[in-house]
Design a protein around this ligand. Structure first.
Ligand code: C2E
Ligand code: MG
Ligand code: MG
Length: 554
């Protein structure tokens, strides 16, 4: 060390004190007969690493435990090279620099400096974790999924993934809109935990983003569909968040990994296409990817944009199907059913486009149009001298969960001069299951305005019937699938009888849907069903034809 550059002018003791108080670790290693020993060891890090004192005066042998695994590094340093390396000791991450001291061309000792890089290392690990994991759920993220799949699909071992599943929550947006973003986050975290618990021991779970999770089936699963069904069941368990209890459903898209040529992203895209298909069929189902889906996908996307145009250019109309008293055969009401005559594709059934409209966020506008049109029609019929009958409007689950729904109904009633005592709102059994306390309050409010409520497609839901007690409903509409099977499937008759009785037990009027023949009508008449709808009496008709029928009764 050139003396003129060194301002230090203290004694040897001063120098030792300075080294002792240095935050790092400093040491000197010498070599005798092929053995390394430490001749000097100082610095505050020494205590933190719990290294023993050494007697520098005697140069006592020291095992260099903290560096011993790195003996090869010492050997290298003794060849005259400066060496740096990272190592781990007693829960500390360390960075050591070895600097050889030479005299007459020979290395006589190596001076070492070690610094503690634990906090740096931990933040590096955290950065790495954050880059590959989702912060909310702590699940591995999209990037990690792509990396893992790339590695596993294109490897040469046998352990390739068998299938990729995307599990996409249905209508999470409504939770965000009604209960707030924080509740939405809680739902995602809760579902993530459920999925992890249900499958992660067998298969890894990732969060793709938003409300989408990916499960990679990387081992033999005897029945993938049954496995996916188990996952749906797990999602459907009741959720309680800030005293609100409700249910979520999900749509699962499955894509089997079988073609070698397919790119990793393609598998994910295919599973996404399958999810999209499942969603437009109403969600809450498993949809397995087929090549046909890809072919039809563009068609589907076109339909989405056609729905927007159809709304803009007033292509929707309403038909009305009479609801008839089983005993007197009098029309007691009509149900408004939306119709769409597509310019090129002809009639498109509501069962096809309503779920798409829900998916693309058009249902609120379409639903409001249906409500307004049906109310206006009621007033027109009334003005033409017909006796008033109930007018029923179908409301999708998505509309019902919108906090503005109630004020919209009030507004339409006011605007059109509709008598709310003649307005009936039909909601499907599955949609009531997804609803929260706010929804019950809203239903109560509708009832207090005079509006009636029906459960549509009764019997097709997947859950308990506890809501019959909880919800302020007036009518149960037995789904037409049961009515159709009445004389075909054994047991159907008993089911229908039980449904009618159940409705009556709760003080509800029961409506049979899809009555197509006299035999069915007499059966339900015997069972004291109250009303029916179906082709036997009338198909859905245009407003003018309904008016003729209503005037005939007036
Ligand atoms: P839904 O509310 O259960 O309506 C009854 C469906 O059964 C109607 O089909 C009706 O035409 C049909 N139908 C009635 N009687 C018979 C029969 O005797 N035999 C047979 N085979 N079918 C019969 P549509 O109009 O195709 O509607 C299908 C579903 O689309 C409706 O089921 C409803 O869930 C939904 N929908 C219709 N209009 C609207 C609407 O304005 N808004 C919403 N959100 N959904 C709607
Ligand atoms: Mg209906
Ligand atoms: Mg129905």
């Amino acid at each position: 060390m050139p003396r003129e550059n060194n301002l230090y002018s203290g004694t040897n003791d001063d120098l030792l004190r300075i080294l002792h108080h240095n935050m790092n670790l400093m040491f000197v290693i010498r070599r005798r007969e092929g053995q390394f020993y430490c001749s000097f060891l100082s610095g505050k890090l020494k205590e933190q690493l719990e290294l023993p004192e050494i007697m520098t005066a005697t140069g006592q042998e020291f095992t260099l435990e903290f560096i011993s695994v790195q003996k090869s590094k010492l050997t290298q340093a003794f060849t005259g090279k400066e060496i740096t390396f990272r190592h781990h000791f007693h829960n500390h991450y360390l960075y050591t620099m070895l600097s050889p001291v030479t005299k007459d061309g020979e290395v006589i000792e190596v001076v070492g400096t070690t610094i503690d890089i634990t906090s740096f290392e931990k933040s590096e690990q955290q950065i790495e974790f954050m880059a590959t994991h989702d912060i909310l759920t702590k699940l591995p993220n999209r990037q990690k999924l792509l990396d893992d799949l790339d590695r596993n699909i294109h490897n040469n071992y046998n352990e390739k993934p068998k299938a990729i599943m995307i599990c996409d929550l249905d209508r999470l947006k409504n939770v965000n809109d009604t209960l707030g973003q924080f509740a939405g986050d809680q739902v995602i975290t809760l579902i993530a935990d459920r999925l992890k618990e249900a499958v992660s021991e067998r298969c890894p779970v990732y969060r793709l983003g938003g409300d989408e999770f990916v499960i990679v089936i990387d081992q033999e699963v005897p029945d993938i569909k049954a496995f996916a069904e188990q996952i749906l069941q797990v999602v459907r368990q009741p959720i309680i968040i800030s005293k609100h209890d409700f249910y979520m459903t999900a749509t699962i898209g499955v894509c089997c990994v079988n073609e070698k040529a397919c790119k990793t992203e393609d598998y994910i895209n295919r599973a996404s296409v399958a999810v999209h298909y499942g969603k437009v069929q109403g969600g809450n189902r498993i949809s397995e990817y087929t090549n046909k889906m890809s072919e039809q996908y563009n068609e589907l996307i076109l339909l989405e944009s056609d729905i927007r145009k159809a709304f803009k250019f007033n292509e929707f109309t309403l038909s009305y199907q009479p609801k008839v008293d089983v005993h007197t055969n009098e029309i007691v009401g009509v149900e408004a059913l939306i119709r769409w005559e597509h310019g090129k594709k002809g009639k498109i059934p509501p069962s096809l486009f309503i779920p798409i409209a829900e998916e693309i966020g058009m249902i609120d506008q379409i639903g409001e149009w249906v409500l307004r049109e049906a109310c206006k029609q009621f007033v027109r019929w009334h003005e033409s001298g017909a006796n008033p009958v109930m007018v029923a409007v179908n409301i999708s689950a998505v509309e019902l969960q919108n906090p503005d729904f109630l004020s919209r109904v009030k507004q339409v009633i006011k605007e059109t001069g509709m008598d709310p005592n003649y307005l009936e709102i039909e909601i499907t059994e599955n949609s009531v299951m997804q609803n929260t306390e706010e929804c019950i309050e809203m239903m109560n409010e509708l009832r207090s305005m005079g509006v009636s409520l029906s459960i549509d497609d009764f019997g097709t839901g997947y859950s308990s019937m506890g809501y019959l007690q909880k919800f302020p409903i007036n009518y149960l509409k037995i789904d037409q699938s049961f009515i159709k099977e009445l004389f075909e499937e054994s047991g159907s008759a008993e089911i229908i009888k039980a449904m009618i009785q159940l409705g009556h037990t709760f003080g509800l009027k029961v409506v049979a849907e899809g009555v197509e023949g006299e035999r069915i009508l007499s059966f339900i008449r015997n069972e004291k069903c109250d009303y029916y709808q179906g082709y036997f009496y009338s198909k859905p008709l245009e407003a003018d034809l309904i008016e003729e029928k209503l005037l005939a009764f007036s």
